[in-house]
Design a protein around this ligand. Structure first.
Ligand code: CA
Length: 222
């Protein structure tokens, strides 16, 4: 479970953001003072830090500079008021990885956190391209030759796993696990149903099958 450090001194906004991010499946530690944030960031093993710049007892900017000076590369998303362009620029200059603007859109914040986690995992951006197919994790949009292709949630998950592991075979068991993690029920042919729907939408040859090995995308010319 990803661990987030949330620095926010607004006594309504902080707990509201924490609740929303916990529902997204993150573990969240909330701090309201700059000095506490810095101590926690130095001692804790956080995946992403969400940093309000206007904090008492050590501004967010001071916290960020101190972390980067100490070569702490934990991804930092700065939270700033919408009319504070200079603050935003200062945050990015001080080593922030991204920013969101208040009033905070919780869905956008969650997407930006996912993006930072992906980047940390070695995926350069929010999308994967395999041949003519592009998959955008943040927007849950998939295109074929630039045209949107509507997918069900299950089809999206199956395709996302195949594309993350492109040019390698993915076993049916792995694909089933990807679905079962989210749905506690699944029929035995769920994977086959999703694969045949994906083939209808992206072309028969886009997904290769080998008996005993599983399924693969991107392994050969289309
Ligand atoms: Ca504040």
């Amino acid at each position: 479970m990803p661990r987030l450090l949330l620095a926010e001194d607004d006594c309504d906004l902080g707990p509201a953001i924490r609740r929303a991010l916990e529902l997204e499946g993150h573990a969240v530690d909330l701090f309201t003072r700059g000095d506490d944030v810095l101590a926690a960031a130095r001692g804790g093993d956080y995946d992403v830090i969400l940093l309000d710049l206007g904090l008492p007892h050590g501004s967010g900017l001071e916290v960020l500079r101190a972390l980067r000076l100490a070569r702490d590369a934990t991804p930092v998303i700065v939270v700033t008021a919408f009319d504070r362009t200079q603050q935003r620029v200062a945050g990015l200059d001080a080593g922030a990885d991204d920013y969101v603007v208040k009033p905070v859109d919780l869905e956008e914040l969650a997407a930006r956190i996912r993006s930072q986690l992906r980047r940390r995992d070695g995926r350069a951006d929010d999308s994967i391209v395999v041949g003519p197919v592009a998959l955008d994790f943040t927007g849950h949009v998939v295109t074929l030759d630039g045209q949107d292709v509507p997918l069900t949630a299950k089809e999206f998950r199956v395709l996302a796993l195949l594309m993350r592991r492109s040019r390698r075979f993915v076993s049916k068991a792995d694909l089933e696990a990807e679905l079962y993690d989210h749905d506690h029920w699944a029929e035995s042919n769920t994977v086959e149903v999703a694969i045949s729907a994906l083939r209808r939408k992206f072309g028969r040859d886009f997904i290769r099958t080998e008996r005993g090995l599983g399924y693969m995308v991107g392994g050969q010319a289309r």
